[in-house]
Design a protein around this ligand. Structure first.
Ligand code: GLA
Length: 355
């Protein structure tokens, strides 16, 4: 196992951004940036022995800052959406940034906490021969979130082509904590076109259906008999354009799936397979939900090596507390007391199948 550190670029204010590359003895390589603790590349051989980078992303700091769509980024303090950009804790209302707007430009919802964790430079150290640790302190009140929060994220690559992301956070005030990573995967390689032929299985028999602003209604909806049924392996593109209300509201899959086996320990939530590369990914997490997002908002932005990020050319599986949990008492609780530690882990494992 080796870890190397190299300059990646500089922030507009001159701060350095570094790229760390962890390589295991099979030649699998994972690289992570100190900007946004961003997963930038995952490289492994396909079934023909050709190296594939299976993550969408960019070649420069400026691109990560300007066109990001949260590519590979850590997200927090509270991932996904908060309805109305407000929540109440102990009878005090907190107004947070409303960075999603309606057609008149009025702020409506808070998405990914306004991007705070995703676009900041994190402190970084090579923690061991297989891991890199990132730390960040979120100032009290930034984007409206209460308290000063100290966050640590560790990326560790194992010899079984297993990538572990471990999250820890603690705040000095009571606050929502919901950390995730927003990697866009394309298991046939980032330049291979759309992901509609990928086969996906989600160990999830319910989703949290949403309204027109992608805020959960608070109900749980069974996937049985709907386009959302991935309980058996199914091509992502098979039903994505079905005439179903939940799909039309979001322009394709962009929903939180309720992980059936969730119990706070690592449980398998997803299996994905791309036949043209033979690459398989399995996802395990300690979190109760996973946002399956089919890259519906990608519209040709130029990514790595000049490759356009076409509509649905990458998919995300963002492990998380359910969206808008701070306003949904029936959802698993994401409000942490002052001093109470948030701990979670997500593991992605990879293998390559021969024909
Ligand atoms: C999440 C959301 C999507 C979209 C992406 C970022 O996956 O659920 O609606 O906002 O982040 O583009």
């Amino acid at each position: 196992m080796t870890v190397t550190k190299a300059p990646f670029g500089t922030m507009p204010d001159g701060r350095d951004v570094f790229e760390f590359t962890i390589e295991n003895d099979n030649g699998m390589k994972v690289s992570v940036l100190s900007l946004g603790a961003t997963l930038r590349s995952i490289i492994l051989p396909d079934k023909n022995g050709n190296e594939q980078d299976i993550l969408l992303g960019f070649d420069t700091v400026a691109d990560y800052l300007e066109k990001s769509s949260y590519q590979g980024a850590a997200v927090g303090p509270c991932a996904n959406r908060i309805g109305g950009g407000k929540f109440v804790i102990d009878e005090q209302t907190f107004d947070v940034i409303k960075n999603e707007t309606d057609q008149n430009g009025n702020g409506v919802t808070c998405l990914h906490s306004g991007g705070e964790f995703s676009f900041e430079v994190w402190q970084s150290i090579i923690a061991d021969s297989d891991s890199v640790e990132f730390c960040y302190t979120s100032p009290d009140g930034l984007n409206g979130f209460p308290g000063e929060m100290k966050v640590q994220i560790v990326y560790k690559l194992g010899q079984n082509n297993d990538l572990h992301i471990s999250y820890k956070a603690v705040c000095d005030r009571k606050t929502p904590i919901n950390l995730t990573n927003h990697a866009y995967f394309n298991l046939a390689g980032y330049a291979s076109g759309n992901i509609l032929s990928h086969v996906l299985q989600l160990n999830c028999s319910q989703i949290t259906p949403v309204d027109a602003f992608s805020i959960p209604t608070g109900e749980l909806m069974s996937v049985a008999g709907t386009a959302f049924d991935f309980t058996e392996p199914k091509q992502i593109g098979k039903d994505i354009n079905n005439d179903e209300e939940q799909l039309k509201l979001t322009g394709g899959y962009d929903h939180n799936f309720v992980i059936d086996a969730a119990d706070g320990t690592l449980q398998k939530c997803a299996y994905v397979y791309a036949e043209n590369s033979g690459i398989v990914m399995n996802v395990y997490t300690t979190m109760p939900g996973v946002q399956f997002y089919a890259g519906n908002f990608l519209k040709g932005e130029t990514g790595k090596s000049g490759t356009p990020m076409e509509h649905r050319s990458g998919f995300c599986l963002e492990t998380q507390y359910y969206p808008d949990s701070p306003n949904k008492p029936s959802f698993p609780n994401c409000i942490f007391d002052a001093g109470q530690e948030f701990i979670s882990e997500t593991v992605y494992t990879f293998e390559t199948m021969a024909d």
